[in-house]
Every structure is written in structure tokens, then in C-alpha cells.
Design a protein around this ligand. Structure first.
Ligand SMILES: [Ca+2]
Ligand SMILES: [Ca+2]
Length: 209
């Protein structure tokens, strides 16, 4: 009973610790993409300051810089990649803000991959159909969960818009953190431990009979 209570207590501590843990974060306030590997046509993905965009300030939480895909009249082939350390079996939250700057619908694909074998863990494509000229109305918030299968995990954003003419895909507030829910592996481990314990007690009871 004491061991069971201790297991639950340890799991709660782990969950609480993990809830606050940030694995990777970029709000692009450095004004550059030095944390990322960039591919695509020249300037098809780049940071932009609110003063370069016009149309009013960004929401305060987003700071001053965002990332634009198919910036200006560049092609819709921009791609960002970043690799970060993860714990195998741990659940993580991925969140970011995305929106269409100006008129035409813009789309982005967010992919999470096992960096050791490139297996896809999470794959989501988003289209923002309502372009905004007012930067304060630009973004919608998106969040997903994934479970790491490797000590290294890759996060990829790539532009999948049909056309980037006179419109750009805007990205901000990329965050990967330990899941805010109780991690699945811990729950599974507790369940497995209880199962073994229960089986052992049953076996012991049968032996006595
Ligand atoms: Ca920002
Ligand atoms: Ca564009």
C-alpha cells in the first residue's frame, strides 16, 4: 500500500514538473531564424517586424516579430526545421499561432518526426481562409500533442499554400513543452505495476489454498 501511494505520489510530482517544462520555444523576437534550418527559395521564409508590415500592432503577447512564409511575392516553398532533445515515451504539447496576412487563404503544414528514422509522429495541415490586414486580428492559436519515440525529435513547418500572391502565411509563438496532462508512460507504468502487484497477490492467495 505504501509502495502504491509512493508510486502515485512520484507520478504526480513528475506530472507537475513536466507541466512547467519548455523543450523548445521561439517567438522570433531575436529578429532572425538562427535556431532553425531554412530551406526553399531565397526569402520565401523570413522574420518581419510589425513596423515593416503596417496595419497596426501585433498583440502584446506576440512581441514585435513574426515569420512570413512566401514573404512578398516569393514562391510558396519555404520550410523551417528544428531538432530538439526528447524523452522516448514522453508526451509533449506543440502549440503555435498561424494566420493569413492580407487576402488569399494561406496554408501551413506542421510535422513532427522521429529525428533518427524520419518516421512521422504528427502531421497537421492548416488553412486560414480569412486573411487579415489588421495584424491584431491575424492569428489563431493551434495546439496538439505527440509522444516522442526518439531522443531527438524534428519539428517542421512548410508552406503548402496554393498561391502566395499578395498574401503571406504568418507564424509566431512556437512552443514545445512537456504535456500538461499526466504523461501516458507514467500512467501505463502505474497500471502495469498494479497489475503485477494484483497478480502476485492472487498467486500468493492460491498458493495458500
Ligand atoms: Ca513574436
Ligand atoms: Ca506571398
Amino acid at each position: 500500500m505504501v509502495a502504491k501511494s509512493m508510486s502515485v505520489f512520484m507520478a504526480l510530482i513528475l506530472a507537475k514538473t513536466c507541466a512547467a517544462g519548455i523543450v523548445f520555444q521561439d517567438g522570433f523576437e531575436s529578429g532572425n531564424l538562427n535556431l532553425w534550418q531554412i530551406s526553399g527559395s531565397s526569402n520565401s521564409v523570413k522574420t518581419a517586424h510589425q513596423n515593416q508590415l503596417g496595419g497596426g500592432p501585433l498583440p502584446a503577447a506576440n512581441g514585435n516579430y513574426i515569420v512570413l512564409f512566401s514573404a512578398g511575392s516569393t514562391p510558396t516553398d519555404g520550410e523551417l526545421n528544428v531538432v530538439f532533445s526528447t524523452i522516448v515515451g514522453q508526451t509533449y504539447d506543440l502549440s503555435f499561432d498561424f494566420g493569413t496576412f492580407r487576402g488569399q487563404p494561406q496554408s501551413i503544414r506542421a510535422t513532427v518526426l522521429d529525428a533518427t528514422n524520419n518516421n512521422i509522429i504528427l502531421d497537421r495541415s492548416i488553412t486560414d481562409p480569412t486573411g487579415a490586414f489588421n495584424l491584431s486580428d491575424l492569428f489563431d492559436h493551434y495546439s496538439y500533442q505527440f509522444m516522442a519515440s526518439s531522443p531527438l525529435t524534428r519539428l517542421k513547418f512548410n508552406d503548402v499554400s496554393v498561391s502566395g500572391y499578395d498574401s503571406d502565411g504568418a507564424l509566431d509563438n512556437v512552443l514545445v513543452s512537456y504535456s500538461s496532462t499526466v504523461p501516458e508512460p507514467s500512467s501505463a507504468a502505474i497500471a502495469a505495476a498494479l497489475l503485477v502487484s494484483s497478480a502476485w497477490r492472487c498467486r500468493k492467495r492460491r498458493t495458500r489454498i
